[in-house]
Write a protein that binds this ligand. Structure first.
Ligand code: KG4
Ligand code: ZN
Length: 340
């Protein structure tokens, strides 16, 4: 029997301080997340300096808790996996420095992980049968990528956003209709009371790149709609705005994704990232994949938003491929997927 591989994973790229212990890439023994959302809410978004400081305060405690909940000790770990990009540089540095210090002191190998590779790998946790190749849509606060996952750790980016990320559009529209930060879950909830066909917002296409996305025009269309209502003295039905905006985002995501599925003959499709926890988006993809007669995969909401278990899953596949990083590993705020 092969030896079990245990990964201690650390994630601090944005506003979650997280650590997890993952066994053989797919079994989560612990998943500790200290969310800073409440701290940033009063500013209407993540304040990088506050995020970094809070990570420093919390990271050791979160790591200790991850080990103790897993009923493991540091010496049981085969590797320390850490997100080294993309993300906020000061926030990333806290995780990277901590991982390097632990690796240096213990002699346990260090494996740097790309944050988006982590989001994609979240799908392996609860879908033990899922293996590449598959097409994956990664939609979060910072990223909107349509990716062809050819093999573990081998990615081809088919499309990306030209401007705002999908989650960013949710957050901005939520702010405009007075819902506050983070907007995604709030729009998700309010949309259930609204009519998605009440207002027709644009579905943008990028002429020369069929899989690319653009959400800034949609955001402007919502703002213009709100302004014109105000000027005409008409009352805004916020639930209708939320539902119609959400439908416009989902329509574009589904259409581009299914075009890619057909073009590349994929038999499996997965979603990942914070926006992937959106309930209407999940329903829409469930239906679209059924129509295409392909398998649909999605992580549970807790593995969609930032967490370290997903970094442990990605770190495992990097580790068994032989990826190791030295103590010169640095935080790379704009790290590209597939870059070393
Ligand atoms: O993956 P994530 O935690 O962080 C990044 O890597 O960016 O994603 C956070 C984003 C935020 O923009 C948040 O508004 C959005 O995911 N989000 C949602 C939902 N839950 C979180 N968007 C739409 N519907 C949701 N239920
Ligand atoms: Zn993320």
């Amino acid at each position: 029997m092969e030896k079990d591989i245990y990964i201690l994973a650390i994630e601090s790229s944005c506003d979650e301080t997280a650590a997890a212990v993952v066994k053989n890439g797919r079994e989560v023994l612990s998943n500790i997340i200290y969310s800073q959302i409440a701290l940033h809410t009063e500013y209407g978004g993540v304040v990088p300096e506050i995020a970094s400081r809070k990570h420093i305060e919390k990271i050791n405690q979160v790591i200790q808790q991850a080990l103790s909940e897993a009923e493991k000790e540091l010496k049981d770990m085969d590797a320390i996996a850490v997100t080294y990009g993309p993300g906020l540089v000061g926030a990333l540095l806290v995780g990277v420095s901590t991982a390097k210090a632990i690796s240096f002191a213990s002699g346990i190998p260090l494996v740097g992980v790309h944050h988006i590779e982590g989001h994609i790998s979240a799908n392996y946790i609860e879908n033990r049968e899922l293996e590449p190749p598959f097409v994956c849509l990664v939609v979060s606060g910072g990223h909107s990528h349509l990716v062809l996952v050819n093999d573990y750790g081998e990615y081809e980016i088919l499309g990306r956003t030209r401007d705002d990320a999908a989650g960013e559009a949710f957050d901005k529209v939520a702010r405009a209709i007075g819902l506050g930060y983070p907007g995604g879950p709030k729009i998700d909830r309010l949309s259930k009371e609204g009519n998605p066909d009440a207002i027709h917002f644009p579905r943008a296409k990028v002429a020369e790149a069929e899989y690319d996305f653009s959400f800034s025009g949609l955001k402007s269309a919502v703002l213009n709609y709100l302004n014109s209502c105000q000027m005409k003295g008409e009352e805004v039905n916020r639930a209708d705005v939320a539902a119609s905006f959400q439908k416009a985002v989902i329509d574009v995501l589904v259409e581009h994704s299914m075009d890619a599925v057909r073009r590349f003959g994929a038999s499996k499709f997965a979603i990942a990232g914070g926006v992937a926890s959106n309930s209407s988006l999940r329903e829409a993809f469930e239906a679209a994949c059924k129509k295409e007669k392909i398998e649909f995969y999605h992580p549970s909401p807790i593995f969609c938003t930032d967490n370290a278990a997903m970094i442990g899953a990605a770190g495992y596949y990097e580790y068994i491929k032989g990826t190791r990083h030295g103590f010169d590993l640095n935080a790379v705020p704009n790290l590209k997927l597939g870059e070393r």
